[in-house]
Design a protein around this ligand. Structure first.
Ligand SMILES: NC(=O)c1ccc[n+]([C@@H]2O[C@H](COP(=O)([O-])OP(=O)(O)OC[C@H]3O[C@@H](n4cnc5c(N)ncnc54)[C@H](OP(=O)(O)O)[C@@H]3O)[C@@H](O)[C@H]2O)c1
Length: 305
């Protein structure tokens, strides 16, 4: 079996990818402050802002492929702690690139739609980046580092998925609040092209099989508003849609500036991989089906220490 290293394995994406890949690859995971375990995955505690720690632990596992998910992914925290954001989101990538220098290890860097300013109707990979936030700027910096690695792949994305820790990401939070009968605000003017983590995993697997390199959008093939996302989830889960208050993001005070319109053209990925790229609605339906099948509980149970 080929060896796959997933950084940020205690996070939403890292854990979901590791669960998907655990039977297909010999998987090792790096976590940092939140210790996690899994019977089929080797785990290392690594502070990836420390170059020696990164080099030592990568040398120990000698991976064929690294998927770098570890990051400071909280957009508002990045705005408050720009230096920490730079160390986590830019420097860690450089530490990996240095650690794998001279080896055949492939690096896949998970980037974000936040590299764009949202002023265009739809973005192609060749369009100029124009991040509005510290987070977005550090993801651009991370991409630049990742592309220094031979055959480096940058995957720009936005996600729907499952936390294994007691945290709630967007869709999880919406369901939790609506299930408790609490009203939520749904932005009618923020469009995003999210993809379900397990659908992203399928696309990454296809990309790994053909050794894809360069910059690609690994996102939903369309975009919907955050409000419509909440409404679709309410419909799927049989929850009360009247609890979702349509609101403009302009009425809401957020620390970091966010683009309103992040629609990503996925035709480059679709053509290269010859794969169907899911719509946001398809991702949400699969998220719901996996929930009914008990996947989020299984993830939490299997990664518990
Ligand atoms: N979530 C989204 O909607 C979204 C959208 C677009 C792109 N992305 C990108 O997708 C990737 C994964 O995001 P996510 O939502 O899964 O993030 P997350 O749930 O916040 O997880 C972040 C992970 O990074 C690890 N980490 C942070 N600082 C570290 C350090 N110094 N050393 C080692 N590990 C460190 C954390 O480890 P501990 O918890 O153990 O400390 C955790 O495992 C990120 O690159 C993010 O930018 C996310």
């Amino acid at each position: 079996m080929k060896k796959l290293l997933i950084t940020g394995i205690s996070g939403l994406l890292g854990s979901n990818l590791a669960y998907y890949f655990k039977d297909k690859y010999d998987v090792t995971g790096f976590y940092h402050k939140n210790r996690v375990a899994h019977k089929d995955i080797k785990m290392h505690a690594v502070d990836m802002t420390r170059p020696d720690d990164v080099k030592h632990n990568i040398d120990l596992c000698q991976p064929d492929i690294i998927i770098h998910c570890a990051a400071l992914a909280d957009i508002d925290q990045c705005e408050e702690q720009p230096e920490l954001a730079r160390r986590c989101n830019v420097e860690t990538v450089g530490h990996i690139v240095n650690a794998i220098k001279g080896s055949p290890t492939k690096l896949i860097f998970i980037s974000s739609d936040a590299v764009y300013d949202g002023k265009k109707d739809k973005y192609c990979e060749d369009d100029a980046v124009g991040p509005l936030s510290v987070y977005g700027r550090t993801k651009v910096g991370g991409e630049q580092q990742a592309l220094k690695a031979p055959r480096g792949l940058v995957a720009r994305t936005n996600l729907i998925g499952w936390n294994i820790l007691e945290k709630r990401h967007l869709a999880e939070w919406m369901i939790h609040e609506l299930s408790a009968g609490r009203p939520i605000k749904g932005f009618t003017d923020v469009y995003f092209a999210a993809i379900y983590t397990f659908k992203l995993a399928e696309l990454l697997a296809a990309a790994m099989a053909v050794d894809l390199e360069g910059v690609y959008h690994f996102a939903g093939s369309n975009a919907i508003s955050k409000h419509d996302c909440a409404v679709l989830l309410a419909e799927l889960y049989g929850l009360d849609k009247k609890l979702i208050e349509p609101i403009s993001v302009d009425q809401f005070k957020l620390k970091a500036k966010r683009a309103k319109n992040l629609i990503l053209d996925v035709s480059k990925l679709q053509t290269t991989l010859h794969r169907n790229i899911p719509t946001v609605e398809e991702s949400l339906r699969r998220f719901h089906a996996d929930d009914r099948d008990g996947l989020p509980q299984r993830l939490k149970r299997e990664f518990a220490v």
